[in-house]
Design a protein around this ligand. Structure first.
Ligand code: C5P
Length: 283
């Protein structure tokens, strides 16, 4: 069985405050992309096996796919460690990039193994929610408003299709780190007041300023995308990837070529709506 795990961007991301559970209260708009990883799932006698074609992707029990498999196995009432299944992940979504790759892989694995081991959809979603804040989004797809930890989802009308240029710097940013940098900028007043209107009104992503402070190249890439004609340019999630939206493919291809350089990659993809997402995800 083959399933696709789609990337996302955050069209906007506002950090509204810190929560007692250590997470941050968000208001974000997710958008799914055609860019995807592929999971190949095979029944094969013996202990659970997980492999990935990208050597920089940790393929051990700490990987979200592995953790997802263990949870679905237990939810199916089976004992011990998962077995008799082999998963190979063909990785195309850059890691630590703000594109949700790990979460999307987890959601795809939960759906596929849920079918195989007969765990129903509500329990699949609960497993996803327990694995990470943005896993829930990958059970929806399309244009979706995310509230609370980003996991209370309100589907929005699908955004008109756009070409997307992703510029992926040579370094990644871990999500927890970006939120910690955000908090450092507003240590006493709290994120809600300091992160509020005055300081961040012009920013589409409240995590941009703290990330740019550490990695000024992110700011320069945003400027370059705008100069290249992007309708919108912003960092996605906690970075390090920045994206630009374009209405024409040729403009997107030109911008992607212009933004290549020094260890960074650029990827041209497009947005996909909820229906396409579900169809391609094999739902
Ligand atoms: O839920 P997930 O494991 O993907 O989140 C990674 C980290 O990002 C969390 O441990 C937390 O530090 C930070 N985070 C947050 N607020 C959110 C989502 C993530 O502070 N809404």
């Amino acid at each position: 069985m083959r399933v696709h795990a789609f990337a996302k961007i955050n069209l906007s991301l506002r950090v509204l405050g810190r929560r007692p559970d250590g997470y941050h209260e968000l208001r974000t708009v997710f958008q799914s992309l055609a860019l995807h990883d592929t999971l190949t799932i095979r029944r094969e006698r013996g202990p659970f096996r997980f492999t990935c074609d990208d050597p920089s992707c940790p393929a051990g029990p700490s990987n979200l796919v592995w953790r997802a498999a263990a949870r679905v196995w237990r939810a199916a009432g089976k004992r011990g460690a998962p077995r008799d299944v082999r998963i190979h992940l063909s990785k195309r979504i850059p890691l630590e990039a703000g594109l949700g790759g790990g979460s999307s892989d987890a959601a795809a694995a939960i759906r596929a193994l849920g079918r195989l081991w007969r765990v129903d959809s509500p329990r699949q979603r609960a497993i996803g929610a327990a694995l990470g804040a943005d896993v829930a989004y990958f059970f929806e797809g399309g244009t979706v408003l995310g509230l609370e930890r980003g996991d209370l989802l309100v589907p929005l009308p699908d955004r008109p299709p756009a070409w997307v240029v992703l510029v992926v710097p040579a370094f990644g940013v871990r999500t927890a780190e970006a939120f910690a940098w955000f908090d450092e900028r507003a240590p006493r007043t709290g994120a809600r007041s300091a992160g509020g209107r005055e300081r961040h009104l012009s920013s589409r992503n409240d995590l941009e300023p703290p990330v740019i402070e550490r990695h000024p190249v992110v700011g320069r890439l945003l400027g370059a995308l705008r100069r290249a004609g992007a309708q919108t340019a912003a960092m996605t999630g906690s970075g390090s990837t920045v994206f630009g939206l374009f209405s024409r493919r040729t403009e997107a291809m030109d911008a992607a070529a212009a933004l290549l350089g020094r260890g960074r990659r650029s990827i041209v993809t497009r947005t996909i709506d909820r229906k396409a997402c579900r169809r391609l995800a094999g739902n």
